[in-house]
Design a protein. Structure first.
Lengths: 806, 167
């Protein structure tokens, strides 16, 4: 890794000052002249046929400008994956979950819009409910869609290596299952958007999104507007974590209102609506059989899974593949078989959430490894070290480990946590556990089949000289991508970070697929590097011509252009610069040619200097069905050790002294990498210990608020020691790869393993909330078998899945 | 029917007609265009709407605007002294305590309130003071480090005092 002036530092985020002073503008801070306020009528029932929808009274309410329904929005279907487009802007004839969009009202103010909703006459004839995996999979189950027989929205059956042969090689086999619960992203900023159309029928949507690009395409496709006439702009976004990565009914409905009203319309979600829409983490049931040699060598994984997808497909087709494919690493696994279904139910749709698809599969796998190590009398970290892959290896499902600092991550947490001493000391009520994690660094392919570039960008040098503007469609959602891109541009142009302005999140600037699958640093990073070098080279070419020095001899650094050896006679350049700035008081001084003079000269000679950059991954992965999901130009990996303290009276699990390492390839910004490691752990801790979206028997979300859906607070979070491992990824810019999502992968199993270490109980149901933990401890204390409420249910669901196979 | 509300916000006197149903956060954001104060839940659970009411942190979504009659409000926009940022703001920026930024204004105001009351808080005291401000991005650690840093250089508390006297 090279010597850098700006990269690998702890540079202050470019957006931090605006955010700390309240200047940063988020969607709900925006207003447009003549703007109306929208409100959406959502289904009050989980499943039913719309028998009556009469909006006339709402339309007659003074202050209402328009009411829109499916009659305005049309019946074009959309979704995330083109193979599973199953949603319409507004429900047509049928609703499938509480919260499904039926109509929308635009009015002069919010109050009037909400009042108008209550005047819409809606009658729904109830249909039988499907609220869980088992009901959905039963032979005589009511169906949600004609096109998903048996309520199966996706089914995956894969085998890598030869499982039956591998099975014969195993000395021992182990089986277990794990049931998780649906979870909510709980980003702090509810979704919102503003749509407006100009007099040339150009539609602009300002929206709280993770991907302006996919939203632009979806709007054009669904509303039948030419793509070139749709512009999507992302202001600052208050967190996304996955669910904001797909185009939403809210965005489309707001566009429909703005078009019909002929005025800008703003529509925002309440916190309850965030929960009702969801698109968060699926409920997963995983069932695994793992075969090993007596020395701890992994031989095979036979894996089954059922995903409760809620009412629509959303990202689900990717989720189900990720849930299998990401277990191909970081351990050498000669054979892996995976059979899974994703069912639809009358609940909010689930989609992508941080660590997409892989989190609960990883939790069961790593918790089983912990148990296997114990059974074999091995230290769980040593057993993992025995199996980890190294840089250059390929998994049985054709994922290429172009860099993999897994061993370094594990050794770092082992050595810096006091693992060995603590492991011996832990006993009643205190425990310590370890786990590894693994994740993609950008999806290998776009969501729709295309040869599109994944990231394009321009770096324009200011015509006045001295500074640069980076323009792209990339999505700063809090993860820090704007800062990373500014740092890369500043490094390559040899100027200060404060002399780079990043304008992002606008489809008018460039194509970028957005902030999902941990792709911004690697993909847009490559593109910005290329664009900045292009701009720099154009300046060097002009200097070369003027000064008669070969272009490759110029060095751009610290705001100056110099030669590695020798001096430049730039007196004429300076003279000219000073002459055209008569009256200015900030003339360049000193005996070095400034970037300001050099870039100004380039403009004078050539016009505006714009460097362009682009990136798309090379063709990746195997030829099997579903091979695209899980491919990535690079993979991040991580290891975590967590200590827990359990209050046996209340069942409360407290997590303490976390040591967390992550191989991010190369840390462009060290502070930000640490921030991602810490943020990942705390989110995973909430998911492990208390987060659960709950439903009543009618399918209504009962804890759709942040008081009853608890996320970690300052009182819950453990102290986390972040350790950065840098394996120098050959496919990443400067060696960099992901940290945004991979860091959550080891968290749940590390906590589960620590809880086992403390209690001797392996939980087969999540979250590890006080009620569940206390119940299990009581059973164990009374000498009975530790069982969980859903054990039999899980076995029945697994049986239903196995039945499909024959 | 609207009522006349007189109050001081960030040192400036306002007299405005407001609906009795308007919450304080709506009043600040909509009527005064002080959009630095955020609204993440509207029911007092997330703390993103934290402002100071006579020096004490409150959830401005849980108060009606009219309840602030005659009071002094400080929002995130009122923390800096000219171009000079408040020490807590500086510490948040420098320590990497800001990610998506949606919780930052409320988090900074809760921290400032703590340091004014307790210039040298322990980590436990900081955790307790910020327990009502949710953050989904940072894992809180760098936020706590920022509050410690603001307290350590001594400016946290004193800076706050000085401003209080000035208002």
């Amino acid at each position: 890794m090279g010597d850098y002036r700006i990269l690998n530092s702890r540079a202050v985020r470019v957006d931090a000052a605006d955010k700390a002073t309240g200047r940063a503008v988020y969607i709900d801070d925006m207003k447009r002249p003549g703007m109306l306020y929208g409100a959406i009528l959502q289904s009050p029932v989980s499943h039913g046929l719309i028998k009556k929808l009469d909006t006339s009274k709402a339309e007659a309410l003074p202050g209402v400008v328009c009411v829109v329904t499916a009659a305005d929005a049309g019946s074009t279907r959309f979704g995330v994956s083109p193979a599973r487009y199953d949603e319409t802007v507004f429900a047509i004839d049928r609703v499938r979950y509480v919260g499904e969009e039926i109509a929308a009202v635009a009015a002069v103010d919010q109050e009037t819009a909400i009042k108008a909703l209550s005047l819409i006459e809606l009658e729904i004839e109830p249909l039988s409910l499907v609220l869980d995996m088992e009901t959905a999979m039963k032979q005589d189950a009511p169906g949600l869609f004609d096109e998903y027989p048996g309520n199966i929205t996706a089914e995956v059956s894969q085998e890598f290596g030869k499982l039956d042969e591998a099975r014969a090689q195993a000395d021992r086999t182990y089986s277990d299952f794990l049931l998780s619960k649906m979870q909510d992203p709980a980003f702090m900023e509810p979704q919102g958007c503003i749509a407006e159309m100009d007099s040339h029928s150009n539609l602009t949507l300002y929206t709280s999104t993770q991907s302006t690009h996919y939203v632009q395409r979806t709007i054009a496709m669904v509303l039948g507007i030419p793509l070139g006439k749709v512009r999507v702009v992302k202001p600052y976004v208050g967190g996304g974590f996955g669910p904001k990565a797909a185009a939403s009914n809210l965005e489309l409905a707001t566009c429909v209102m703005a078009i019909k009203a002929g005025r800008p319309v703003k529509c925002t979600f309440s916190r309850e609506q965030v929960f009702l829409r969801s698109r968060g983490r699926h409920q997963f049931l995983h069932d695994m059989e793992i075969g090993v040699k007596n020395d701890g060598t992994l031989v095979f994984l036979d894996h089954r899974a059922v995903l409760d997808g809620g009412a629509y497909s959303s990202f689900g087709i990717a989720t189900i593949y990720y849930a299998g494919s990401l277990l191909g690493a970081p351990y050498r696994l000669p054979a892996m078989r995976y059979h899974a279904v994703r069912v639809c139910t009358n609940k909010p749709a689930c989609g992508a959430q941080r660590g997409h698809g892989g989190v609960i599969a990883r939790a069961l796998f790593e918790s089983m490894l912990d148990g296997i190590a114990e059974d074999l009398g091995m230290d769980p970290i040593e057993m993992r070290l025995k199996n980890v892959m190294s840089t250059g290896e390929e998994t049985c499902n054709a994922l290429n480990m172009s860099s993999l600092g897994m061993r370094e991550c594990l050794e770092a947490v082992r050595d810096q946590s006091g693992w060995k001493e603590k492991r011996n000391r832990t006993g009643k009520n205190r425990g310590i556990g370890a786990s590894c994690g693994f994740f993609v660094s950008g999806a290998g392919y776009p969501i729709y089949r295309s040869k599109t570039w994944h990231s394009t960008v321009t770096v324009q040098l200011a015509e006045v000289g001295g500074s640069a503007i980076v323009r792209s469609g990339s999505a700063e959602i809090g993860q820090g991508s704007d800062t990373v891109l500014a740092m890369i541009a500043a490094e390559e142009l040899g100027i200060e970070l404060t002399d780079v302005r990043v304008l992002s999140g606008d489809t008018d600037f460039s194509v970028d697929l957005g902030a999902y699958s941990s792709r911004q640093t690697l993909m847009m990073g490559h593109a910005v590097k290329m664009a900045a070098i292009d701009a720099r080279n154009q300046v060097a070419d002009v200097l070369s011509e003027v000064l008669d020095i070969p272009a490759d001899r110029f060095v751009f650094s610290g705001g100056f252009v110099e030669l590695e050896k020798g001096e430049i006679d730039f007196s004429k350049i300076r003279e000219e610069f000073v002459r055209e700035h008569k009256g200015f008081t900030d003339h360049p001084e000193g005996d070095r040619l400034t970037f300001r003079e050099a870039s100004r000269l380039a403009f004078i000679k050539k016009g505006t200097i714009v460097g362009t950059g682009k990136y798309k991954p090379p063709p990746l992965g195997g030829k099997f069905k579903g091979a695209a999901v899980g491919t990535s130009p690079a993979y991040g990996c991580s290891a975590q050790i967590a200590e827990v303290d359990i209050d046996t009276d209340t069942g409360l699990v407290t997590t303490e002294n976390v040591t967390a390492s992550h191989d991010c390839g190369f840390a462009i910004n060290r502070t930000q990498v640490e921030g991602q490691i810490q943020g990942n752990f705390v989110m995973g801790f909430g998911e492990a210990c208390f987060e659960e979206v709950k439903f009543d028997e009618t399918g209504r979300t009962v804890n759709s608020n942040l008081a009853e859906y608890k996320i970690p607070t300052t009182m819950d979070m453990p102290e986390i020691k972040p350790i950065i491992v840098e394996s120098n990824e050959p496919n990443g810019p400067y060696g960099a790869k992901e940290v945004g999502e991979g860091g959550i992968m080891p968290t749940i199993p590390a906590i589960m393993n620590a809880v086992y270490n403390a209690t001797g109980i392996r939980f087969r149901e999540l979250p590890l909330n006080p009620e569940r933990v206390r119940g299990a401890i009581r059973l164990k204390e009374s000498g009975r078998d530790v069982t969980f409420e859903k054990d039999e249910y899980c076995r029945r669901v697994i049986k239903l899945l196995s039945g499909r196979k024959s | 029917m609207k009522h006349i509300l007189k109050l001081k916000v960030n040192g400036r006197e306002y007299e405005k007609a407001v609906s009795p149903r308007r919450t304080l956060v709506e009043f600040l954001r909509e009527d005064l265009e002080l959009t630095g104060t955020k609204q993440g839940c509207g029911v007092g659970e997330c703390g993103t709407c934290t402002v100071h009411l006579d020096g004490k942190p409150v959830n401005s979504c849980l108060m009606l605007a009219l309840e602030a009659e005659g009071k002094e409000i400080t929002t995130i926009e009122g923390l800096q002294d000219g171009a000079e940022l408040h020490p807590v703001q500086k510490a948040f920026i420098e320590k990497g305590a800001v990610q998506c930024g949606f919780c930052s204004p409320g988090m900074i105001l809760s921290s400032k309130a703590l340091l004014e009351k307790n210039p040298h808080p322990s980590v436990t005291e900081i955790r307790s003071a910020l327990a009502g401000n949710l953050c989904r991005c940072t894992g809180y650690q760098k936020i706590i480090e920022a509050v410690l840093a603001a307290a350590e250089d001594g400016e946290g508390a004193d800076g706050g005092q000085r401003r209080k006297e000035k208002v």
